[in-house]
Design a binder for this molecule. Structure first.
Ligand SMILES: [Zn+2]
Ligand SMILES: [Zn+2]
Length: 235
């Protein structure tokens, strides 16, 4: 008895859409579902032996190489390694606004958030470069972050963080170049930052440079408590 009218309407609409356009697995393409059990089994999830700060896999030494030289300004957890079907699914979401796929990923992030026992007062997505937003017409991270906010029953603020300058693609840059590329590229427009605990969401964690740049922008607007979640993590 908890389903609301808009929720029922959405479900009804979705069933109609499924009949007209049967969904396909974003990982392997089989029809019938947006994410199949086989692809789910192939995910390499980041659970045990992870760095308490950046959430990456710890080497045998138990010391995270990233965080011992350049500690992240916020704790981050990622759901699984950026490999195989997950790579295909995230690429697909960049070129097609597949809301059900975004919702599946939001369910994954909800489980991470609950596993960590975190609490937050709002959800914010890492913004896309303005030129890329114009090209694509949407930000795939927004789809995931807004679905996550609904599931966690938290407000989602689309305007809290903006890119104030376009940055070249991070692809092909070494770690230092990545940090320099995004440093100072974001600005927070939160007026009540000091009273917020912000959950920052991105699709892929590579070096942590983007998360760190967003965190310093949010901290500059007074935010003291923040944490990050990403769907995937580069090896
Ligand atoms: Zn599949
Ligand atoms: Zn670490």
């Amino acid at each position: 008895m908890t389903a609301t009218i808009p929720c029922l309407v959405r479900k009804f609409w979705q069933s109609g859409l499924d009949l007209l356009f049967p969904p396909r697995c974003a990982g392997c393409g089989i029809p019938g579902t947006v994410w199949c059990a086989t692809c789910d089994d192939r995910l390499i999830k980041l659970r045990a032996r992870i760095c308490p700060l950046c959430g990456g896999r710890l080497p045998r030494s138990g010391i995270c190489r990233n965080c011992s030289t350049n500690p992240l300004p916020l704790p981050v957890r990622s759901y699984a390694l950026y490999e195989g079907p997950l790579t295909r699914a995230l690429l697909q979401l960049k070129y097609r606004p597949n809301r059900r796929l975004a919702e599946t990923m939001a369910v994954w992030l909800t489980s991470l958030f609950q596993r960590e026992g975190w609490s937050a007062s709002m959800v914010v997505a890492v913004p896309l470069a303005v030129s890329r937003l114009r090209q694509r017409g949407y930000n795939q991270v927004t789809l995931i972050a807004s679905a996550l906010a609904r599931m966690l029953e938290l407000p989602y603020d689309a305007k809290a963080l903006r890119r104030i300058r376009d940055t070249p693609s991070q692809v092909g840059l070494n770690p230092t170049e990545r940090w320099n590329n995004v440093s100072g590229a974001f600005r927070s427009y939160l007026s009540n930052g000091s009273s917020q605990t912000v959950l920052l969401v991105d699709d892929l964690f590579t070096t942590g440079a983007t998360m760190a740049a967003c965190a310093s922008a949010l901290k500059a607007s007074g935010v003291k408590n923040l944490m990050g979640l990403t769907v995937a993590r580069a090896r």
